[in-house]
Design a protein around this ligand. Structure first.
Ligand code: ADE
Length: 281
């Protein structure tokens, strides 16, 4: 997998060279290139933002700087004569309602021009990034992350690239506001890349963890030696050596913890995903 990250603070991502992510890069499992958005500015101040049209506090990132950057990473050149007049709010017709050669050309041009590539901009006002998204994105060949700062970025950026047929996504990593997209991109990169085959020394460690699979439950609690510590004992069943009992104990604990901490996840469980013992709980 190839990952590009664009930010006005590219050095922020030096940490991605550490630990398992660093090793995965050394082993050629993935490559991460960081870019300074200011490299695509042309003015003496290297400005990437401007005041919001319509008034209000803060600054908004300019569309021209981002488009020069994204076009160069995508290896495309903008041709003004190709530009669709999107101001007429006409959308590419679906294959079902193609009536003319023009429609056909328009629909075809909406087909993803960079298959296997996804552009991702973190945004606190976007859908939540979940383990399912991480799983899906871990199958992609290339991810391009753009980090917004200030009050955000011009809304025409996602609109334009989506209309060009690119897989352009915006995600929030939680219901709180950060100063910029850098922390969110780090979190997404880590969640996605650890799912790459060969990334984890022991692939089983990603099979049983929270939010994974059809039955997304919080994980049961873990213990290690010593069996007694500061007056607290590890539950007897875990030391019994009876694997069936250990599995049951852990599953019950996962269900109860999830019901207490994240009842929304319990509501999403399908009855057919529960076993007979679960149903009695
Ligand atoms: N940028 C600022 N806050 C964010 C959040 N919660 N998620 C994603 N991007 C952000």
């Amino acid at each position: 997998m190839k990952i590009d990250i664009v930010s006005v603070f590219p050095e922020y991502f030096d940490v991605l060279n550490l630990s398992l992510l660093g090793k995965a890069q050394e082993h050629g499992l993935l490559s991460i290139d960081t870019h300074d958005l200011r490299d695509w500015t042309h003015d003496v101040h290297h400005s990437v933002d401007d005041t919001p049209i319509g008034g209000g506090a803060g600054m908004v990132m300019k569309p021209e700087v981002w488009s020069e950057c994204l076009d160069s990473l995508l290896g495309v050149t903008y041709d003004a004569s190709d530009a669709r007049d999107v101001n007429d709010a006409k959308h590419a017709p679906s294959l079902a309602d193609i009536e003319s050669a023009d429609d056909a050309e328009y629909a075809l041009s909406a087909i993803d021009p960079a298959p296997g590539t996804t552009i991702i901009f973190p945004n606190p006002s976007a859908p939540l990034f979940t383990q399912d998204d991480a799983q899906e994105l871990s199958q992609q060949k290339r991810l391009i992350f753009g980090c917004g700062r200030y009050e955000g970025y011009d809304a025409r950026i996602p609109a334009y690239y989506s209309a060009q047929g690119y897989d352009f996504r915006e995600y929030s990593i939680g219901d709180y506001v950060l100063n910029g997209g850098e922390v969110a991109v780090s979190a997404m990169v880590e969640a996605i890349t650890r799912l790459l085959p060969g990334f984890m020394g022991n692939p089983d460690s990603i099979v049983e963890e929270s939010y994974t699979g059809k039955q997304a439950l919080l994980e049961y609690r873990q213990y290690t030696r010593p069996a007694q510590w500061r007056g607290r004992d590890v539950p007897d069943i875990l030391r019994s050596g009876d694997h069936a009992k250990v599995d049951r104990f852990r599953r019950d604990e996962a269900l109860v913890r999830t019901a207490n901490i994240r009842p929304d996840l319990i509501e999403q469980l399908r009855v057919e995903d529960l076993d007979k013992v679960d149903r009695k709980l």
